[in-house]
Design a protein around this ligand. Structure first.
Ligand code: SF4
Length: 324
């Protein structure tokens, strides 16, 4: 059952005026559609600058979208404003990448994690400590943590505090924007396990934004692969990891850690080149496959038209002329 339907989402940022005053845009998100089902973890994977974080901010309505539709639990939330938007945000929270800068250093933990409850009038002042203590228990921190400041904790503990804050309002969907990429590998697994436990316990759904395919493979139900503002391939986790069809997905998958060092270096080079290319092709890229300059299988038509997203097998869609 769908919880979130994103249809033809476009989020463009204006650049300078071009020749004859023609406007140019950085097309951070360009005609993206996907569905998150209730209880699922939907991962969006791609390099830095591919537009995946912009999708998260667009859904949360933290930035203005250019066009498209966002349906949450059957309600069109694309244009809601004011009090309606404020109340909607109760349903949708975010966990940030950097637990060091996302927590107010001047506030005690009890104030940080209960702030959303206070903003939404869901708690009385004399209930703050009790509620904060319960949230600590849920994220595996001791009760006395509520009296400390965020700088007194390690990176992993701070991310637990960030998670406690995100779940305080009992949201339905949490956008997790690279939530473990700033942490040591040994801590990453603990935080991911906590997130998966909370998902079950609180009946949550996640949009999980990451550049790390190993992490994504561990926790996802569905995966969307993004490049230069567009979705290249979407499908169930097993379809993407066991049967990748898009040349970019294949490139990303070949860069996971098990491969040999020299091959890894070569791929790193190619991915870095791809990133530079992504930035260029995200500007007014209306008429060609955004990946064609890097694609080992590019054909003439790839330079003159944008491939449509096509369902190749049930629930597995690809945007590539090779699939036609
Ligand atoms: Fe490569 Fe062409 Fe497919 Fe784009 S459409 S990924 S350039 S084969």
């Amino acid at each position: 059952m769908s919880l979130l339907d994103v249809k033809n989402l476009k989020t463009f940022f204006p650049l300078n005026s071009g020749i004859l005053g023609k406007s140019e845009y950085f097309k951070a998100v360009n005609d993206v559609s996907f569905t998150v089902n209730k209880g699922d973890t939907y991962s969006i994977v791609g390099e830095s600058g591919s537009g995946k974080s912009t999708i998260g901010k667009s859904i949360l309505r933290l930035i203005n979208i250019t066009s498209g539709t966002i349906i949450f639990d059957g309600k069109d939330i694309t244009s809601i404003e004011g009090e309606e938007l404020r109340l909607f945000r109760e349903n949708l929270q975010i966990i940030f990448q950097d637990p060091f800068s996302s927590l107010n250093p001047r506030h005690k933990v009890k104030d940080i994690v209960t702030e959303p409850l206070i903003i939404f009038n869901r708690i009385k002042k004399n209930e703050i400590e009790k509620q904060a203590t319960e949230l600590m228990k849920k994220v595996g921190l001791p009760a006395e943590a509520i009296h400390k400041y965020s700088h007194q904790f390690s990176g992993g503990q701070r991310q637990r505090i960030g998670i406690a804050r995100a779940i305080s309002l009992k949201p339905r969907l949490i956008v997790c924007d690279e939530p473990v990429s700033a942490l040591d590998v040994s801590i990453q697994a603990q935080i991911l396990n906590l997130m998966m436990d909370l998902k079950e316990e609180l009946d949550l759904s996640y949009i999980f934004i990451s550049h790390d395919l190993a992490v994504v493979e561990n926790i996802s139900d569905y995966v969307a692969v993004m490049y230069a503002g567009r979705l290249m391939e979407t499908g169930e986790k097993n379809a993407i990891f066991n049967n990748p069809l898009h040349p970019y997905t294949k490139l990303l998958l070949s860069s996971v850690p098990e491969i040999k060092k020299e091959k890894k270096e070569k791929i790193k080079e190619t991915v870095n080149e791809s990133f530079a290319e992504e930035k260029k092709t995200s500007i007014n890229n209306a008429s060609f496959c955004p990946f064609y300059k890097r694609c080992p299988e590019a054909m003439t038509q790839c330079k003159t038209a944008v491939p449509e997203m096509k369902e190749i097998e049930k629930g597995h869609s690809v945007s590539c002329f090779l699939m036609e």
